[in-house]
Design a protein around this ligand. Structure first.
Ligand SMILES: Cc1ncc(COP(=O)(O)O)c(C=O)c1O
Length: 436
């Protein structure tokens, strides 16, 4: 008998712990499966394990941004509801900062929407545009939140893999992860509604080239698809590689919504402030959705994010931040070079994929149940966390079950950590040598 049916038959104690059946959408959205974040979580790992797994910083936002947050908290209006579109100061700051990058005068009333992190903005787009059974194409590996956000809104994810660098590539870069446009075309059906592009890409670090984006744009145009361009790492592109916004390609503005995040830009992932930029035909229905989901985004931190964008240029904040991340990346990649291990040198983001297929671990190692039954990368990452003291994220988590084997060769390292932590991790990693 189902646990939720309560039938009074005798004086036996009844199980009242599961009276109400929960929605099947939790299962479809993989929301009930133990996710990688809760397995490779500080609570499950030794206390002295260095966390290079989760993509949040172990340093504070810039003080001039947190001071603006304090100021907002000490005043009246920013402690109350803001307009569902977002506080006007932030919308003005987004207009001024991003307008030139989109080569257009953005309208703060109809083309910019502040959301509760990029996540909620993306969720609201799905709510606004998906009909039951509509298909959403995403490239694998994909940011894991896309899947539940699509399925909770009745959509069906369709996966197109990025192809890893070929085995004979001696020093691969994230650019060696490639898309096959014919494969993308084959994934389109009469039910396809949207395609998600993520550049710079989590977890690969790939910055899509103009040619790749033009090819994707041609498919979107041919099949009349909405493009969600997740560009939350737009401020983290290295070595003069150009970040191209697909919305700026000919004809693409009208079908593209671009996603940004104050969390990534200002080392403030817990603030939950993000934004969407796009034409009124996409922003207005999304505004209707977000208004009924969260009503508005937390107000004081919108003021702080506004201060960040207002002052970034004058302070050369993003240039300095990029240089700092370049140094952080080098600490890690030098350690991998010293070990003679292959990795995809990232052109963007704060992630680097290490090829862990050469790491040998005893099959009878005391792995927890949560790791057994998952890909080899889960066991390798667990072993590395316990034996080396550095935690990372197994990449098969970012693939659908059918393609998980592609991800099994990689561990994702986050370098959004201070240099001392990274140096300590680099030193510890040298003891991996004995397991290669
Ligand atoms: C590719 C990508 N998109 C969106 C997000 C979510 O951003 P936010 O924290 O602003 O919701 C993340 C966060 O890790 C991400 O990696």
């Amino acid at each position: 008998m189902a646990a939720h049916t309560v039938v009074q038959t005798s004086n036996e104690p009844k199980d009242r712990s599961n009276l109400i059946p929960f929605s099947s959408r939790l299962k479809e959205g993989r929301a009930l499966a133990q996710d990688v974040w809760s397995i490779f979580n500080a609570a499950n790992l030794p206390a002295d394990c260095l966390n290079l797994g989760q993509g949040y910083m172990n340093f504070a936002p810039p003080s001039w941004v947190t001071e603006a947050a304090g100021e907002a908290l000490r005043s009246v209006a920013p402690n109350h509801y803001s307009h569902p579109r977002g506080r006007i100061r932030l919308r003005n700051a987004i207009k001024a900062f991003y307008g030139p990058q989109f080569q257009r005068e953005l309208d703060v009333e109809s083309e910019i929407l502040v959301t509760s992190g990029a996540n909620e903005g993306q969720y609201s787009v799905f709510t606004a545009f998906l009909e039951q059974g509509d298909e959403v194409i995403m490239f694998e590996p994909f940011f894991d939140q896309y899947l539940p956000s699509v399925t909770f809104n009745g959509g069906k994810p369709v996966y197109v893999p990025l192809h890893p660098p070929s085995a004979d590539k001696v020093k691969p870069s994230s650019d060696d992860w490639t898309i096959d446009i014919a494969e993308l075309r084959r994934a389109v059906t009469p039910r396809t509604k949207m395609i998600i592009v993520n550049t710079p890409h989590n977890p690969v670090g790939k910055v899509f080239t103009r040619k790749e984006l033009e090819d994707i744009a041609a498919v979107a145009e041919e099949y009349n698809l909405l493009v969600m361009s997740d560009e939350v790492y737009d401020c983290l592109v290295y070595e003069g590689k150009e970040h191209i916004r697909i919305a700026t390609l000919p004809g693409m503005w009208d079908r593209t919504v671009t996603v940004g995040s104050a969390g990534k830009a200002f080392a403030a992932t817990g603030w939950r402030v993000g934004w969407l930029i796009g034409p009124p035909s996409i922003i207005q229905p999304t505004l209707a959705a977000t208004t009924r989901i969260v009503f508005c985004t937390n107000s004081p931190l919108q003021e702080a994010a506004a201060a960040g964008l207002e002052q970034a240029q004058e302070r050369q904040f993003f240039e300095i931040q990029r240089a700092e991340y370049t140094e952080r990346r080098k600490v890690l990649t030098d350690a991998f070079d010293k070990l003679g291990m292959k990795y995809s040198n990232p052109e963007g983001t704060y992630f680097v994929l290490l090829d862990i297929s050469s790491v040998k671990f005893p099959e009878d190692y005391p792995f927890p149940q949560s790791v057994l039954g998952r890909g080899r990368d889960f066991r390798a990452c667990w072993f590395i966390a316990l034996e080396i003291g550095v935690s990372t994220i197994p990449v098969s988590e970012f693939y659908c079950e059918e393609h998980a084997n592609i991800g099994e060769a990689y561990a994702r390292f986050s370098f959004c950590k201070d240099v001392d932590t990274l140096k300590e991790a680099a030193e510890r990693l040298q003891s991996l040598k004995k397991y290669l």
